[in-house]
Write a protein that binds this ligand. Structure first.
Ligand SMILES: Cc1cc2nc3c(=O)[nH]c(=O)nc-3n(C[C@H](O)[C@H](O)[C@H](O)COP(=O)(O)OP(=O)(O)OC[C@H]3O[C@@H](n4cnc5c(N)ncnc54)[C@H](O)[C@@H]3O)c2cc1C
Length: 250
């Protein structure tokens, strides 16, 4: 099979810890995807000779297929996130995708109320979904929520407003404790409770970001009555279940 390549056509450092990259297909053909999907970039080879492949959600709208954007957090010690900022324009990277069967399913979302909830860097797939063709006539019945840590500069509110300009539905933004804080999950569940207080139980849900938080949010939603099959989830980090006990809203 021939190699699939993307060419870096623009990059912008938007904060001390993040960059937006624009790519197009090297062969010039359109990059077709469904908003909320992700690609896997082959970023290079590490010191042990292992290929560094990482997933990145597509931030830009699926109405635009000549190029697309991703936003990557600089993690300091992270392998891919240290290599990407050094890429020069015109560089080519091998990739696979787009991936993401759940959002790609034409039967999702079903009619009814939708909740799109992201923590931390998960806001990229939240933006991709809000900008997607499939949500364009669904925004009135969709609530978007971004849970972020105080001082997190991955994507500023003004940068997010720029990305989401033209759509009516701006995410509700709440602060939650830092990633390692023991109150993070309970805090996120309290926020979920306050949001859902006045609305019906969501028919459709998409969750992205911190797996430790998302697994508990998903359990809570199932307990409240959302069908598990209608809940999509992408853990960007903390992908494995940890051993701490589950917390319920009571
Ligand atoms: C479906 C999917 C979509 C993703 N989309 C994005 C995206 O849009 N933007 C983005 O920046 N990343 C995204 N990620 C995370 C990305 O794939 C990499 O894990 C991340 O860039 C770190 O790679 P690295 O090689 O720099 O760090 P590594 O050398 O792999 O190690 C870094 C460590 O940091 C953890 N980590 C990863 N992300 C975070 C974070 N946000 N906060 C704290 N710790 C973290 C990793 O789990 C790992 O333990 C996504 C992951 C998945 C599975």
């Amino acid at each position: 099979m021939s190699q699939k390549l993307l060419k870096l056509i623009h990059k912008e450092n938007i904060s001390a810890s993040s960059d937006i990259y624009s790519f197009k297909k090297s062969d010039g053909s359109p990059f077709e995807f469904v908003g909320g999907q992700y690609i896997i970039l082959n970023v290079g080879i590490d010191e042990d000779g292992k290929v560094i492949k990482r997933a990145y959600s597509i931030l830009s709208s699926d109405s635009k297929t000549d190029s697309f954007q991703i936003c990557v957090k600089r993690l300091g010690t992270g392998k891919a996130s240290s290599i990407l900022p050094e890429l020069i324009l015109g560089s080519e990277l091998e990739y696979s995708g787009p991936w993401g069967k759940f959002v790609g399913d034409p039967t999702w979302p079903s009619p009814g109320f939708s909740l799109i909830l992201a923590t931390d860097t998960g806001v990229t797939s939240l933006a991709g979904l809000l900008l997607s063709k499939k949500f364009s006539d669904r925004l009135d019945s969709t609530i978007a929520v971004w849970l972020k840590t105080k001082g997190e500069d991955f994507l500023s509110e003004s940068e997010l407003a720029k990305i989401l300009s033209g759509i009516s539905n701006f995410p509700n933004i709440f602060q939650i404790p830092p990633i390692s804080n023991q109150n993070r999950i309970s805090n996120a569940l309290e926020i979920l409770k306050s949001i859902l207080g006045d609305c019906t139980v969501p028919e459709n849900v998409f969750l992205s970001g911190d797996g430790n938080v998302l697994r508990e949010v998903r359990s809570e939603l199932v307990r409240l009555g959302t069908l598990e099959s209608r809940i999509g989830m992408e853990a960007f980090f903390n992908t494995q279940r940890n051993t701490s006990p589950a917390i319920s809203l009571g």
